[in-house]
Write a protein that binds this ligand. Structure first.
Ligand SMILES: Cc1ncc(COP(=O)(O)O)c(C=O)c1O
Length: 357
């Protein structure tokens, strides 16, 4: 079965085999070697300086990493502005609400880009109760839109706010400008563009942001996790096998040419899907210039329900993904993450052609 859903992804044989590595006690030096290698390799994906940045591992799914980032880095007296254009932006706001973090939401049409003029207006109108943080999803997997972080970074710099980024479905395959001084942290996971397995997620955080942090949670306290990991320790029992897979996936990622090569590989596959579906009369929902290369959403053809499309493709060996929320009746999604080849996409398009004939 080929997984064309946005994670977990189809694994390479090499990563799958790494799950059979020897049993390991998480309090022994062998585990800490693994943890050190994962942390160093995560920083190396974007060439980050370990004196300035920490990669902090958390045994959780991507949401756990986002929750850890937001609940640790926004201080008690802080105030967040959440820019939303999909499920995962909305989830950041839900996390803020759950922990009673002072915040405002900037909600927009899920099919549209985030309006930086509106963000500027909100930041401008907040004199007296200044926003300390702006939170945004980089690749909004709901629609496949790649949100442009540049204007948000510029606004954060001019209003003295820090940017918190959910990079769960972009880290490792899309450009992330870590040189932007406003960027305090990015949260991501092993089992999407890095091609590891679910169970371990991480936050790439500026060390100076950690120094000022005060967590609202115990398990997800980024400062505690970072401190322990810096000392070659762990506060809790980590998902050991997911760490094996993450390290192997990161080795493979580096050997294959890093994030830029992965970006190009995904871009070619995404273009192949787009062109092939267009030939069958199925239009992409977001313009290519505004889309990620990781996942694209497509308009469901009038004469085919999602259930029929999904079940028929599954019977032929492909798992695709539904639209989310109100978009579920209109859209379906295809991700090209994981061990997927051009031949696989040709076969997928052939099956779509049969269904639409
Ligand atoms: C952008 C984004 N953020 C957060 C998540 C949540 O990740 P998880 O399901 O691993 O908790 C996802 C999952 O697809 C995502 O795409």
């Amino acid at each position: 079965m080929l997984l064309l859903n946005p994670g977990p992804v189809t694994l390479s044989e090499r990563v799958r085999r790494s799950l059979l590595a020897p049993d390991l006690c998480h309090r022994e030096s062998e585990f800490f070697d693994l943890q050190d290698e994962a942390r160093a390799r995560l920083l190396a994906v974007y060439g980050l300086d370990p004196a300035e940045w920490a990669a902090v591992l958390v045994t959780a799914s991507g949401t756990g990493a986002v929750e850890s980032m937001v609940t640790t880095l926004v201080p008690q007296a802080g105030r967040g502005l959440v820019a939303e254009n999909g499920v995962y932006g909305e989830r950041i706001a839900r996390i803020c609400a759950q922990y009673a973090i002072a915040h405002e939401r900037l909600t927009g049409d899920w099919m549209q880009a985030i309006d930086s003029a509106e963000i500027a207006a909100r930041l401008d109108s907040s004199q007296g109760a200044r926003f300390t943080h702006v939170a945004v999803v980089h690749h909004e997997t709901t629609t496949g839109r790649l949100n442009d972080l540049r204007p948000l970074g510029e606004l954060c710099r001019s209003y003295g706010a820090e940017l918190l980024v959910d990079a769960v479905s972009s880290f490792g395959a899309e450009p992330v400008d870590f040189a932007d001084r406003s960027l305090a942290a990015a949260a991501a996971t092993a089992n999407k563009c890095l091609h590891g397995v679910p169970g371990v997620a991480f936050v790439i955080v500026r060390r100076h942001a950690l120094e000022r942090a005060a967590s609202r949670t115990h398990y997800l306290d980024l400062t505690r996790l970072a401190g322990a990991q810096d000392r070659r320790d762990t506060p809790f029992t980590p998902a050991v096998h997911a760490h094996y897979a993450l390290v192997e996936a990161l080795r493979e990622h580096a050997e294959q040419g890093g994030w830029l090569k992965r970006h190009r590989r995904y871009a070619a596959l995404a273009q192949q899907v787009r062109t092939g579906l267009e030939t069958l009369g199925i239009a992409a929902a977001v313009a290519p210039a505004e889309s990620s290369v990781v996942l694209r959403s497509y308009r469901l053809p009038a004469r085919l329900s999602y259930a029929t499309l999904h079940d028929s493709l599954k019977a032929r060996g492909f798992v695709i993904y539904a639209g989310q929320g109100d978009l579920s009746k209109r859209l379906f999604r295809i991700s090209t993450m994981g061990e997927i080849t051009a031949d696989d996409i040709d076969r997928l398009l052939g099956c779509c052609g049969e269904l639409l004939r």
